[in-house]
Design a protein. Structure first.
Length: 486
């Protein structure tokens, strides 16, 4: 099938979805092509989920300015899109005088970047703000927050969808050509062909390859893995805000930190290790061993028995291993291929900065093509009810209105049958266990889906008529069942 579009966006991560939502305010015909079966299947679903303040990035860099701008608007955006967000503040901990000196320099850099309220705290204040955290003092950042990165991508995408953007999943871009009329010809693994004037490369770890496909070589992404532990919600009361060590010169991570999540867990990580494959998401014994010890040095009260899971995310670095550190984001239209807008090396703080990144893409387009605003753009999106966040009175009212709110499917996270149904019937039409997991937060508790997974599968089979052998965990190839035993 051949389709004509004004804009093709490659990649349904946080950046691609933010660009889609930004451009959906205008009279443009837009499609997002995503190789996985849902949004947030790449880096955007595998990170620390912190809304950074912007003090870590070199003054004058795009990373710094877009992060500060993103941070300023994040709370309002999450309110508009119904995404869990909490402005927690953050502490950077000093263990010695050298660390304190580094933190003073970090504050200076942060002030130059426009960060508000950064200040040094002494040991007494450290203990008061984050009881149980070791250190001789630290730095306090009041503007840092935490959010749900999955629901962030889902919400951006649903809002873009409502405003007319088309999302195509299981659609890997496999070739990009050029027509006589200066249109890009984009072919996908689903057998579809799109012609477009603007091609926006938001392909994360594959953005160098996508750029080459479009005829612009010379970029190399160096994958750099970060591994994490997830702690049970019982550890929640141990940590009110993210706690990081003072920055150290290294290969370009922020150091192993402890971060509360918007769902009430704590994550520990990430490590930083250059690897050779962009899809090697292993959690390794060597790295994980060290991770826990580093976290325990910051917060001695954590115990191994709190660990309920692990995951890894991969940074799309432009800085090669022998250089380390950070190179700035590349966000530009390529002179050699007018209409190709490359977004390359979007590592941390890419999610915090995603809306300002999207605005930059819009203004690149606007310089060449006048954009007309839609009169009927809807900026708000409301997600389904999150039952566990309601008070008892509201829960009782919902149960009386719909008995499926009274049936708990995931006991660890208190997720009701109605919420699972809302997740199955999601507006984007994403169909996988992970699509349900990230929307309803089922299977993410201590039992790791031991109780609820079979019940969810049962619903899919009995109530939606889905063949159990077709149920996948994520994209094709991750089928859960190979046949029936009875
Ligand atoms: C360990 C770690 C911690 C981080 N912590 C934070 C943090 O706390 N705060 C913060 O703001 N940022 C953080 N980041 C950075 C942030 O996660 C990224 O900057 C952001 O998620 C990048 O989004 P993206 O959309 O560019 O990439 P992705 O989310 O990877 O999206 C790219 C998409 O393109 C798709 N794709 C690739 N090739 C093709 C193709 N050929 N055809 C179709 N689709 C394709 C992929 O499947 C993927 O879904 C962290 C990153 C890492 C790795």
């Amino acid at each position: 099938m051949r389709t004509s579009k004004d804009v093709v966006i490659i990649g349904g991560g946080g950046v691609g979805c933010a660009v889609a939502r930004e451009l959906s305010q205008y009279k443009l015909n837009i499609v997002v092509l995503e190789k996985e079966c849902d949004v947030a299947g790449g880096i955007s679903g595998r990170n620390s989920a912190v809304v950074h303040a912007g003090f870590n990035n070199a003054a004058g860099s795009l990373m710094a300015s877009l992060c500060v701008e993103g941070n300023e608007g994040f709370e309002k955006l999450c309110g508009q899109l119904d995404v869990p967000y909490r402005k927690t503040g953050k502490i950077l901990v000093a263990f010695d005088d050298e660390d304190m000196e580094t933190l003073r320099r970090t504050i200076e850099q942060g002030r130059r970047n426009g960060c508000k309220g950064l200040r040094i705290i002494d040991e007494e204040e450290l203990r008061r703000i984050v009881p149980g955290v070791e250190g001789i003092g630290g730095m306090y950042s009041p503007e840092t927050g935490i959010f749900d990165p999955f629901l962030y991508c889902v919400a951006l995408a649903e809002n873009a969808l409502e405003n007319g953007v088309d999302f195509r999943f299981n659609s890997e871009v496999i070739s990009i050509g050029r027509s006589d009329a200066d249109r890009f010809i984009v072919k996908t693994s689903a057998g579809e062909e799109y012609r477009c004037r603007y091609l926006i490369n938001c392909a994360g770890l594959s953005s160098d390859r996508v750029s080459s496909m479009a005829g612009v070589t010379g970029y190399t992404i160096f994958p750099c893995r970060g591994e994490y532990f997830i702690l049970d919600k019982v550890a929640e009361q141990l940590l009110p805000m993210p706690v990081y060590p003072a920055p150290k010169k290294g290969i370009g991570g922020l150091g192993v930190h402890l971060t509360p999540t918007s769902a009430g867990n704590i994550i520990i990580g990430p490590s930083a290790e250059y690897i050779s494959q962009i899809d090697d998401l292993s959690c390794t014994r060597e790295v994980m061993g060290g991770l826990f010890e580093q976290a325990k040095a910051l917060l001695p009260a954590i115990e191994r028995k709190y660990i309920i899971g692990s995951y890894a995310g991969i940074r799309p670095k432009l800085a090669p291993p022998d250089e380390g550190g950070y190179r700035d984001f590349v966000i530009k239209e390529e002179e050699a291929r007018p209409g190709l807008i490359n977004l390359i090396g979007i590592e941390s703080p890419g999610l915090t900065a995603s809306i300002p990144i999207a605005r930059m893409v819009r203004s690149i387009i606007e310089e060449k093509t006048p954009l007309e605003k839609k009169e009927n753009f809807v900026p708000e999106r409301r997600g389904p009810v999150r039952f566990r966040e309601l008070n008892e009175e509201d829960q009782a009212r919902l149960i009386s209105e719909d008995p499926e709110y009274g049936e708990i499917i995931c006991r660890c996270q208190k997720v009701t049958k109605r919420e699972i149904r809302d997740a199955i019937e999601n507006p984007l039409g994403a169909q996988s266990i992970s699509a349900i997991k990230y929307r309803a937060w089922a299977t993410t508790g201590r039992c790791n889906g031991g109780y609820c997974l079979t019940r969810i599968v049962d619903m899919l089979v009995r109530e939606y008529g889905i063949n159990s052998e077709k149920i996948t965990y994520r994209s094709a190839g991750s089928e859960l069942f190979r046949g029936r035993v009875k």
